[in-house]
Design a protein around this ligand. Structure first.
Ligand code: HEM
Length: 245
């Protein structure tokens, strides 16, 4: 097959309405020219990172909308938009798997071309880390304080599966999806470069482990602990057998 020919037509002309609307000329020029790739895995490496940035842009934009709707107490909108965010976060996590089709050697070759670049510099990720405290503030103000509720009440003593509970579970799911992304990313590093590599020891791995321990909404996890202790203070210590003996 004439590789050069296909390379030359892959980006299209950029003049049809579809291409104009999606700005394919710019979009498909965001990757290095084919001849500059260090190996045949590098296009994938670059595209996966770029796509992840796009999803983070959508997630962050949607989280800002969610904050508006939290303040308007429009629960239907909040729940639907959180669903969008959760799906996008799950896709971000699944898409990391693509990079496991790259051999460790091919990654080492690419790595030499990354300069000092690091995921820590990701604009989308940095913004995603900043937004959750604002969501929590809006949730507290509009779904708890204003309604005379607390996390304890909506989960246990006054549990009624109401709007406040629904929104709280959306927040918990966001936290969980985020953690799953972080742990899949850790697994990817394990698979690709190894977690015991000298260049990663200390700061990098510690920083990643620290990130995996972070919860955006610790109160929503703490209530589970408290309920288990309260409901089953004796459970595991003294328990009646189901058969009564
Ligand atoms: C083979 C692929 C990958 C490898 C080997 C890798 C490796 C690493 C390493 C070693 C770090 C620690 C910081 C550092 O030393 O620079 C890191 C951080 C990070 N990487 Fe990756 N990464 C990969 C793919 C990705 C992808 C596809 C994303 C997409 C978003 C990503 C996002 C991040 C983020 C956001 C951080 C900062 C983590 C935090 O603050 O918790 N990485 N990565």
């Amino acid at each position: 097959m004439d590789r050069e020919y296909f390379y030359s037509i892959m980006n299209g002309e950029g003049t049809l309405d579809y291409e104009l609307y999606l700005n394919t000329r710019a979009l498909l020029s965001c990757q290095k020219p084919f001849q500059d790739y260090v190996n045949r895995d590098e296009l994938q490496f670059q595209i996966v990172h770029q796509v992840e940035e796009m999803w983070m842009k959508l997630i962050n934009y949607t989280l800002l909308d969610i904050d508006d709707f939290l303040q308007q107490e429009n629960t239907n909108r909040v729940v639907t938009l959180f669903r969008r965010v959760h799906i996008a976060l799950r896709m971000m996590t699944e898409q990391l798997d693509l990079l496991e089709t790259m051999s460790p050697k091919e990654y080492q070759e690419i790595r030499l071309k990354l300069g000092n670049g690091s995921g820590q510099e990701s604009p989308g990720f940095r913004v995603m880390l900043k937004i959750p405290p604002f969501l929590w503030q809006s949730f507290q103000e509009h779904y708890l304080t204003k309604r005379g509720l607390t996390i304890e009440k909506i989960y246990d003593s006054q549990y009624s599966h109401d709007d406040s509970y629904l929104v709280a579970e959306c927040l918990a799911e966001f936290d969980e999806c985020f953690q799953k992304f972080r742990s899949a990313h850790m697994q990817l590093i394990h698979r690709t470069i190894g977690l015991g590599a000298r260049s990663l020891k200390g700061r990098s791995v510690e920083m990643l482990r620290e990130g995996m321990r972070i919860q955006f909404f610790p109160e929503l996890w703490q209530i589970r602990n408290e309920m288990t202790d309260r409901w089953g203070g004796q459970y595991g210590v003294v328990r009646d057998a189901l058969g009564g003996h």
